[in-house]
Design a protein. Structure first.
Length: 304
């Protein structure tokens, strides 16, 4: 069936706004032209797509079914046009990535270096945000892919999610300020219960983070309420504050220096479940070659 793309485009705008006049304004054509295009599309398809009356427009069941197919197609074309325009204005292809500053610093920097050397003409556009924010940016089509913590309530069903590696959340402190966290009265290594841990000032990421949701959930499972003394948006700052004795910091294990004279890990009787670093992208949109290369490098699926 040979149907002009412009007819589907007009249908999409009418179906989205449920208004012939609004669709005409968005398309910069007359309302009469919109009406004629819809009638022509209905005639060629042999289906009535809209119920029209003097007060409002609504989709027929056939129109609703067509919209489910047309909407992602129109959005895909629009995204491609926007990408081409953006690439032309920037002088080349772009790869838009969202990740937290911690993940960028401790995980992604070497991969960015390799990617830049492999694709020197590609603009790598990095946006910082919490793992929750990053997932929301991906959902809104503002980035091509994200690297985030999981579990993450903002990672939705239409996202393709691939595991990079597991990691653990650990509590660290300065034994000089909190010696009884690490050794008992006889000088032997000490293991704390979660209840005992809460008697010390806890330093952790702010409430609007996947880490905060996860930690609160773990304490709630033991009928305990986690009330942090300090909440920040930077794991590096949490570690700095732990070094000067302001409290016990909870951070991902991958951001703790291999050797740190001032910090030590606490031993807990109830270890938290491991979480995952994941890379996610919207499976509705095609990936560029640099995006595919980064995914393969991070997930260890590069062809030898």
């Amino acid at each position: 069936m040979d149907i002009n793309y412009e007819l589907y485009k007009v249908f999409y705008h009418v179906a989205k706004s449920l208004s012939f006049s609004e669709a005409a304004a968005e398309l910069f054509i007359s309302q009469s032209a919109v009406s004629q295009s819809v009638k022509l599309l209905e005639r060629r398809l042999g289906q009535t797509l809209f119920v029209r009356n003097t007060k409002r427009v609504s989709l027929t069941p056939e129109g609703e079914m067509l919209m489910k197919h047309i909407e992602p197609a129109i959005q895909l074309i629009s995204r491609g046009e926007n990408q081409l325009s953006r690439d032309a204005s920037e002088g080349g292809m772009q790869l838009r990535i969202a990740a937290s500053d911690t993940i960028c610093r401790y995980v992604l920097v070497p991969y960015f270096k390799d990617l830049h050397e492999r694709f020197p003409d590609v603009h790598i556009n990095i946006i910082n945000g919490t793992s929750l924010n990053c997932a929301e940016m991906l959902e809104a089509g503002q980035v091509d892919l994200i690297v985030a913590n999981s579990p993450n309530e903002s990672l939705t069903g239409n996202m393709q999610i691939e595991t990079i590696r597991p990691f653990s959340d650990v509590f660290v402190g300065n034994p000089e300020y909190f010696p009884d966290c690490f050794t008992d009265a006889s000088g032997r290594s000490k293991t704390l219960t979660m209840h005992e841990l809460l008697s010390y000032p806890i330093l952790m990421l702010s409430k609007r983070s996947a880490t905060s949701f996860f930690l609160h959930e773990q304490f709630q499972k033991h009928s305990l309420e986690l009330v942090p003394s300090i909440e920040l948006n930077s794991n590096d700052l949490l570690l700095d504050l732990a070094r000067i004795g302001l409290g016990i910091a909870c951070v991902p294990d991958f951001c703790i220096p291999a050797s740190d004279e001032k910090l030590a890990r606490l031993s807990l009787k109830n270890d938290f479940p491991k979480r995952r670093l994941v890379i996610a992208y919207d499976e509705k949109w095609p990936l560029s070659l640099p995006a595919k290369a980064l995914i393969e490098a991070l997930t260890g699926t590069e062809e030898g």
